[in-house]
Design a protein. Structure first.
Length: 249
């Protein structure tokens, strides 16, 4: 098994940016001659951006065609799937004053990509009925089936991170999809390098025990990709690889 792994940060409905990142990865593959390394998508496929439907179609079709792609579940993906099961679904870790359809969360934009207009301004029951008619069941099943983490050698991939002190095999879905401060503030050695997204940063950042690859696509900024060889990290860019070393304390 190759010890090389590609990883792509939060996508948030930006299909064009996602395709461009995949093209850069394919160029890197060709240059080094490795066509076996998997590509791990760190989650948050949906919400805020213009084409969540297109993103899901693209990933689902690629996996069906046999591409070496793995996709993690993000908290936004869980909220979308939860809504499609129950119009009144409220993720237990979401601020109770907000709902998935609120523009701040972006569920309204996701549904717009399926042809469902003004979802945040209409009766929720009506929106739910239209969503059941227009969102393909295959998309809902895909979101429900997404992995919570991927462990490869000395690297562990999760959307939001992990709870420090809890064995990796015993991490809860809630923490893997939602955790922030307890994980970000920890300087503990977690064993493997933890690669995550969920909390936007200005640039791919290596903290020594974790690597954040969410560079703000949910707010219109870039989708980033990295390649890991063991614990060594390079960002994939149009100019080629750029080494990402741990920041100095």
């Amino acid at each position: 098994m190759t010890n090389r792994t590609y990883a792509i940060g939060d996508i948030h409905g930006y299909l064009d940016k996602l395709k461009a990142i995949h093209q850069l990865i394919e160029q890197d593959r060709a240059q080094i001659g490795d066509f076996e390394a998997p590509v791990i998508h760190i989650g948050d496929l949906t919400d805020r951006g213009p084409d969540s439907r297109g993103v899901i179609n693209y990933l689902l079709n690629g996996i069906t065609e046999g591409k070496l792609w793995r996709v993690l579940k993000g908290n936004h993906d869980r909220m979308f799937a939860g809504f499609m099961h129950d119009a009144n679904h409220q993720d237990p870790l979401l601020n109770p004053t907000l709902g998935w359809l609120h523009p701040r969360l972006g569920g309204n934009t996701t549904l717009m990509s399926y042809g469902i207009e003004n979802a945040d301004a209409r009766p929720q029951a009506d929106v739910f009925a239209e969503a059941l008619a227009k969102v393909p069941e295959a998309h809902v099943k895909f979101l429900q089936s997404l992995e919570h983490f991927v462990a490869r050698g000395d690297v562990f991939f999760a959307h939001a991170g992990i709870r420090p002190g809890v064995p990796l095999a015993e991490q809860s879905e809630d923490d893997l999809l939602w955790i922030r401060a307890e994980f970000h503030n920890s300087t503990a050695d977690h064993g493997p390098l933890i690669v995550h997204g969920h909390t936007p940063v200005e640039a791919v950042t290596h903290y020594g025990n974790r690597l954040n690859i969410d560079t703000g696509a949910g707010y219109g900024d870039a989708i980033s990709a990295v390649v890991l060889e063991g614990r060594e990290v390079w960002q994939i860019t149009p100019a080629g690889r750029i080494k990402i070393d741990p920041i100095k304390a």
